[in-house]
Design a protein around this ligand. Structure first.
Ligand code: SF4
Ligand code: SF4
Length: 385
């Protein structure tokens, strides 16, 4: 992971869009005050970490407006200088203005936005007019030098158009991060959109093939992360690492949760930034204990899986959704994870046997070179970037 200590700040759960499968917005949600931001600084002063990444998430964080970011960013970066804060922002970009873009550009904030493919596919599942509004914000962000990548949510419907969606990203040159539509602990409505784990596995293998077949093409972040997990034998994104204790989320009123996905559920509150709890105090909360239970569950139930070191049972939140918050299984995407990890491991082993790995590292001379670019060449591309 870029930075293993991650704090998600949720300036508001409000959102001007009403995507059909979304479960993470709340109409009428308050906006975080600068007082809460100051308390975040006080709270984190108790932590020993020398690095932190803050991600502004929502709802739609830009609803907080330029004044919020103009004040909050210097408070966080100056008040926590010792932790060398990095920032990121997740936004649909509808509310992006030149003023907001220049504030964000001062802090070099990379933006993750959301587009689910060409306008007709995107607007069908996100809502009429969504595509154009996001593209307008994208142009403003790019004009101010901001880096934007796109999360593409694949649903049970849109996965049937995976070729069109991939082609769209390729033609536009957009960096793609795949997100499978998920059910939620808060709302079962998105279930008609939920991507079946087997379909998800097929999609990952399809994207792996595309990534290898178009070496000069777009970056597919999930594929890069999955390859890194296998190569380095440790989780490099939160889904495949034990996130408990290294990821927190703060809601608009200062309540602390294990992750933004639990926000709005009082039983998952671990404390409040106003009390400045250290890790030991947070560890006494029921929410922390339940998250730790997941770790123990994975150690027991995944112990014979050859991918346990870099999968760690997947996302604890996903794991709890089918059982209403109880720990009684691993992430239901286990099927997809096994499929893609098996695929990457198998191909990597074959390349090693063919000598490509050693050859590419200068350890073997000779003409043996696989006919098609493989996992090692993808690793080389990542390293050279
Ligand atoms: S609960 Fe899931 S989404 Fe949240 S930090 Fe953990 S792995 Fe990531
Ligand atoms: S692939 Fe499945 S069985 Fe293996 S560690 Fe991941 S969740 Fe557990």
């Amino acid at each position: 992971m870029k930075n293993p200590f991650h704090v998600m700040l949720i300036p508001t759960l409000g959102c001007p869009a009403h995507c059909r499968y979304c479960w993470s917005s709340e109409p009428g949600s308050p906006v975080m005050s600068i007082g809460v931001v100051n308390e975040v600084v006080e709270w984190l002063s108790n932590f020993p970490e020398d690095r932190v990444t803050f991600t502004f998430h929502g709802g739609e964080p830009l609803l907080a407006g330029p004044g919020f970011f103009r004040q909050a960013l210097p408070i966080l970066s100056g008040g926590l200088k010792r932790m060398n804060p990095d920032f990121a922002l997740q936004s649909n970009l509808w509310l992006m203005t030149p003023e907001l873009a220049s504030v964000l550009a001062e802090f070099h904030i990379p933006i993750g936005s959301s587009i689910d493919g060409p306008p007709e596919i995107n607007d069908l599942q996100r809502g009429q007019g969504y595509f154009d509004k996001t593209m307008k914000g994208y142009e403003i962000a790019r004009a101010h030098g901001l880096q934007v990548s796109f999360i593409c949510t694949f649903t049970a419907q849109s996965v049937k158009f995976r070729e069109e969606i991939y082609q769209f990203f390729l033609e536009k040159g957009f960096t793609l991060k795949l997100h499978p539509a998920l059910p939620s602990l808060r709302n079962k409505n998105p279930e008609p959109y939920t991507l079946d784990p087997e379909e998800y596995g097929n999609l990952l293998v399809y994207l792996l093939d595309q990534s290898l077949e178009h070496p000069g093409g777009i970056e597919i972040m999930n594929i890069n992360d999955l390859v890194k997990c296998v190569f380095f034998r440790r989780g490099t994104v939160c889904t495949f690492a034990d996130c408990m204790g290294s990821t927190f989320a703060v809601d608009p009123e200062g309540s602390i949760y294990p992750c933004y996905r639990f926000i709005g559920m009082p039983e998952w509150v671990m404390g409040t930034v106003y009390d400045h709890p250290d890790r030991e105090a947070l560890a006494r909360s029921d929410a922390w204990k339940r998250m730790q239970e997941f770790k123990a569950y994975v150690n027991e139930h995944c112990r014979d899986c050859r991918h346990i070191r870099y999968c760690r049972g997947g996302c604890p939140y996903n794991a709890m959704v089918p059982t209403d918050g109880q720990i009684a299984g691993v992430d239901p995407h286990c099927i997809a994870y096994k499929r893609i990890f098996d695929e990457i491991t198998g191909r990597l082993n074959q390349e090693m046997q063919e000598g490509f790995g050693m050859e590419s590292m200068g350890l073997l001379q000779g003409p043996r070179r696989p006919s098609k670019p493989g996992i090692m060449s993808l690793m080389q591309r990542m390293v050279s970037r």
